[in-house]
Design a protein around this ligand. Structure first.
Ligand SMILES: Nc1ncnc2c1ncn2[C@@H]1O[C@H](COP(=O)(O)OP(=O)(O)OP(=O)(O)O)[C@@H](O)[C@H]1O
Ligand SMILES: [Mg+2]
Length: 582
């Protein structure tokens, strides 16, 4: 099941199952248990053979009793082994889940910043579920039984060659049906999955835009869009189920026909004196047993395909989490931020949004970033935090490029307040301390005070323990922005990046923000603050202008502001405002 080496990259390709130690041994063990189970499954056939051809002919009750006791013993052993191989598989699934679910969740967290929708991101987590459920279901048992089919064919062949040939032909037809199912469903299964994803993406989007949809009354149109996506999904599902259902039905009928045909042929051979009566029944039972795994495989095919898809995608996921080793933990940065001609592209579509931006800040400095909408300010902020990867150039903290840190390690030295503030569905203090377990209350308090938000928090019904609800909806937009500022300042990060931190603030909030920036500078940190409104620039000493995807100017604040004012007035003279019509 587990593929081993990806020859193309030359590196050992990670596959979910190969992550489990000793997995080959476990599979070999299950395969062998399956062998024993299958040999024991011949008990019924042998029992009938013996009853008809020995006990009945000899009229011996002790023989009958002995045979029956033996058969019961064998049945019990078979049952025990059957149960234990199921249990091993269920536990294997659980172990896999235990190991992989956190990794898959890591990818889920990472995917939205590369432009994937929430359902697409969540799918990685569901892959783990699919594989676990598959391992615990009937599918793998059918697959493990399949290689033992020749055992039954040999048994039937041994009873009479013609019966063997007939069963073999039946098995061949059923196997062809399985392959046909595979070919016919393969075409649909990826479109079916795509349709399911688009449907979930719509649900997600509508739920997120609930207020807007309600206020402007276009829920009817939203529902119509959902209904369309839903029926596309349903159509595909119906078509796929039709195929597997029909083929599964055909195979069931074929099996019954075959079973009766074995009986009929057996009867004919008995009439001809070639076979005993016991052999007819034994052959019929063994033939049925031989074909059962094929039948099961057909009915389980949908699950097999789904599990295989999930498995492949999970392998990709695991290969994608290529951990660059960070054997040396770099010390806390304390001197400088150097931005060396960075070019940043939007990860979702690869278009370059900001090119060749370069500037330098020393500890204790703060830079404001201004410029028109869509110019690339937030992109610069994302490049500085490492949220978006750089196409070219470096961002260095004390000379070390950001990629030299393990992400979680770097995160403690960075404070980031994104333009669109979203808080976690947790308490105020959990939000501020970034979910740190057993966080130091004094540090939380210090961050809240540095952000000037302590009074605001203690006025909340449960103070620091107030749960914020999904996306922090228990707070107003301005309150959220200020709690998020406290989160950015938690644990005194060296580099604090604030993307339009004052967009929702009142005068008191703006004063607190100015104080916060001064505070970071005073403790020798660095602040980069993106701002449309000039009030946030009171505390900065440097200023950059980002427009049309470039850092058009960078220098001391007042110098740049003067240049900007001069340029603006020149523009006004060159293009005088139209006079109002008389
Ligand atoms: N996730 C994204 N995927 C693709 N393109 C993006 C993405 N985010 C932003 N862009 C593009 O990058 C350009 C710069 O966007 P950015 O958000 O950096 O602008 P900004 O200067 O912060 O604007 P604003 O002042 O409105 O916040 C825009 O033209 C936008 O179309
Ligand atoms: Mg922006």
């Amino acid at each position: 099941m587990a593929r081993k080496i990806n020859k193309k990259s030359g590196a050992k390709r990670k596959t979910p199952l190969s992550e489990i130690k000793g997995i080959r041994k476990v599979f070999l063990f299950i395969f062998l248990i399956s062998g024993v189970v299958n040999v024991l499954a011949l008990t019924g056939s042998f029992y009938m053979l013996q009853i008809y051809d020995r006990a009945l002919t000899s009229h011996s009750v002790p023989t009958l009793l002995a045979l029956s006791a033996l058969a019961i013993g064998l049945y019990l052993t078979q049952g025990l082994l059957d149960v234990s191989r199921s249990q091993i598989l269920v536990r294997l699934g659980a172990r896999l889940d235990h190991m992989l679910a956190p990794l898959a969740h890591r990818v889920t967290i990472d995917m939205p910043r590369f432009g994937f929708s929430t359902p697409e991101a969540a799918e990685r987590g569901r892959d783990v579920d699919t594989i676990r459920q598959f391992l615990g279901g009937q599918g793998p048992l059918a697959l493990f039984d399949l290689p033992w089919m020749p055992l039954y064919l040999a048994f039937v062949y041994f009873l009479h060659p013609w019966l063997g040939i007939m069963t073999f032909a039946g098995a061949l037809i059923l196997t062809t049906l399985t392959i046909l199912t595979e070919i016919l469903t393969q075409k649909h299964s990826s479109s079916l999955q795509q349709a399911a994803l688009s449907r979930s993406a719509l649900i997600d989007m509508h739920a997120r835009n609930a207020e807007v949809i309600r206020a402007m009354g276009f829920s009817g149109r939203a529902i119509a869009r959902f209904a369309k996506a839903n029926s596309e999904h349903l159509d595909l599902q119906t078509r796929t189920t039709d195929i597997t259902g029909t083929l599964s039905g055909i195979s069931k009928v074929l099996r019954m026909v075959l079973q009766s045909a074995v009986l009929g042929l057996g009867a004919y051979l008995t009439i001809m004196g070639d076979l005993t009566a016991g052999s007819i029944i034994a052959a019929s039972v063994a033939a049925a047993r031989a074909l059962a795994p094929v039948d099961m495989a057909i009915s389980q095919w949908k699950n097999v395909v789904a599990a295989r898809k999930s498995y492949a995608r999970l392998s990709e996921t695991l290969t994608a989490i290529e951990d660059t080793p960070h054997s040396v933990q770099l010390p806390r940065p304390q001197r400088s931020l150097k931005v060396e001609r960075i070019t940043v592209a939007a990860p979702s579509n690869g278009t370059v949004v900001l090119s060749d931006a370069a500037f330098e800040l020393r500890a204790g400095q703060a830079a404001g970033i201004i410029g028109p909408s869509g110019g690339g300010k937030s992109t610069l902020a994302r490049g500085l935090t490492g949220v978006w990867p750089l196409l070219r150039g470096n961002v260095r903290l004390d000379e070390a490029d950001l990629t030299q840190w393990a992400p979680d390690d770097l995160g403690q030295y960075i404070g980031y307040l994104p333009q669109e503030v979203a808080l976690l569905d947790a308490t105020v203090s959990e939000n501020i301390c970034r979910l740190e377990p057993n966080a130091d209350g004094a540090k939380i308090l210090a961050a809240a005070k540095a952000a000037g938000v302590h009074e605001l928090i203690v006025r909340l019904p449960q103070g620091y323990e107030t749960p914020l609800g999904p996306n922090g909806t228990a707070l107003s937009a301005g309150q959220r922005q200020r709690v998020a500022l406290a989160r950015a300042l938690y644990n005194d990060p060296f580099l604090v990046i604030l993307d339009e931190p004052n967009s929702n603030l009142d005068a008191e909030g703006e004063a607190a923000l100015t104080q916060a920036i001064f505070g970071v500078r005073a403790r020798n940190g660095i602040v980069v603050v993106v701002a449309h409104r000039p009030s946030a620039l009171a505390a900065v000493d440097m200023l950059g202008v980002v427009q049309n995807g470039r850092l058009a100017a960078f220098g001391p604040r007042d110098e740049i502001l003067q240049q900007q004012t001069a340029a603006a007035s020149k523009n006004v003279i060159a293009h005088p405002a139209p006079r109002p019509a008389a």
